[in-house]
Structure formats: structure tokens, C-alpha cells
Design a protein around this ligand. Sequence first.
Ligand code: 5GP
Ligand code: ZN
Length: 112
Amino acid sequence: MKECLFCKIAAHEIPSRAVHEDARVYAFEDIAPKAPTHVLVVPKKHIERLAEASAEDTGLIGELAARAAAIARERGLSDYRVVVNNGEGAGQTVFHLHLHLLGGRPFSWPPG
Ligand code: 5GP
Ligand code: ZN
């Protein structure tokens, strides 16, 4: 997608602080962190939001979740939160699927 912010970040057309990269997944530091660890894990494939993922993306979504867990493990986090905002009403502002990995502070429940 030509005008998608996270497509551009994943393609290194817009700079970001990389955390992990492989053929299908890119992870980078959130520009406005909401916790001491706030990493965004995105597929390189443009998927607008979780609801737009198709059956063929199931493995890819598993890779995103596994990657978030691996990054948390590398950082020594045992307790952390993984969030996907799906749609404007749920807080999605960038319309390219991403997992938020948040850690390093206590979290309350339910989320706001
Ligand atoms: P959403 O609200 O869509 O779930 O999350 C979008 C996230 O992207 C926000 O946490 C926001 O801080 C982050 N973000 C927005 N623009 C940029 C950017 O240009 N670079 C980086 N690294 N993060 C961004
Ligand atoms: Zn995109």
C-alpha cells in the first residue's frame, strides 16, 4: 500500500528503531511509548486490521504473536500485555495490522 505509514516503516522508507526483522515480520519501538517497553509488531504484508485478515494469514498472525512473546522474553519480561486495536472505536489510528507489546509497569483491567 503506497500511502500506508507502517508499510513505509517496514520498507525502511520512514526511519524507525528496529527491534526485529525477518522475511514476513518487522518489529520497532513505538514513537510515543505508553510503557517502558512499547514495541509494535507488524506483518510486512499490508492487512488493514485484524478483521481483514483471511484464512491464509493465520500462520502470519501466529508469527506476530510468537514474535511479541520472544521480544518480551529477550527483555526479561514475565508479565506484559499484547494489544490489537481493531477499528477506530477501539483506538486504532494506523490502519495496518499491528500488535502492541507493552511491558515494564503494572497494568489494570479492564483497559480503558
Ligand atoms: P493504534 O492506535 O493504531 O493501535 O497504534 C498506533 C501506534 O503507532 C501508536 O501507539 C503510535 O504511537 C504509533 N505510531 C504512530 N506513528 C508512528 C511513527 O511514525 N513511528 C512509530 N515508531 N510509531 C508510530
Ligand atoms: Zn500497510
